[in-house]
Design a protein around this ligand. Sequence first.
Ligand SMILES: Nc1ncnc2c1ncn2[C@@H]1O[C@H](COP(=O)(O)OP(=O)(O)OP(=O)(O)O)[C@@H](O)[C@H]1O
Length: 230
Amino acid sequence: MLKIKNIDFSYGEKQVLRDLSLELKAGSIHGILGANGAGKTTFFKIIYGLLTPSVGEVIFPDNSFGTSQIGYLETEPRFYPYMKGAEYIDLLSHGNSTFDVELWNEIFNLPLNKLVDTYSTGMKKKLALLGIISQDKPIMLLDEPFNGLDLETVENLNLILKELKKKNKIIVLTSHILEVLKSNCDKISYLYKGSVQQTFSKSDFQNISEYIKSDITQHSESVIQSIFSQ
Ligand SMILES: Nc1ncnc2c1ncn2[C@@H]1O[C@H](COP(=O)(O)OP(=O)(O)OP(=O)(O)O)[C@@H](O)[C@H]1O
């Protein structure tokens, strides 16, 4: 179990996370849902150790060594210039001699001998995903992993996530597409104004849209109606 306890975080004067607590189980996929700017990426950066909370702590599972046990897929992955796809995978998979890049690339179909600079946006996302998978870490933080992927890769990623879950990993993923979260996750937490406002289990997933709609969009609906009635 990865435990996040009572975290506060601010960028300067701006408080982004407030008393955020969450427990993430091994062998399960936990979705994080939240509006733009709700604090999802900030939350991942805290778990990964890129940011330090002013209050609260991240408690890693027994026998793990903190952030070295985490694979982190950023929303917009960054690459070194003049690096080929294969070199990127070599760099990330370092220490995992069992990773069979050729076999995996039968699924991802990437031109690994070409410079990453020549890749399309979706190809870069696929390369970053392949890199994270190649690391085979017990904790995987995936920030919008489905963004920019073609339909075939979306289907493949659904299957891959199922297999990774069977390997007892702690997987946390964000998406703005509710259906993506519903079909992949065991639990979904709704982040609102920097706190986990509600965590839904599978049996409650059908209530999520209604919950968010009543919470967020009622005000927007009345504003949109007043704009168009002018
Ligand atoms: N480096 C930074 N300096 C100052 N404020 C920041 C910084 N990074 C993020 N923020 C602010 O923190 C808040 C949370 O940002 P964050 O990127 O964590 O949100 P998010 O939920 O991942 O959003 P999105 O869904 O748009 O990716 C936003 O208000 C954002 O403007």
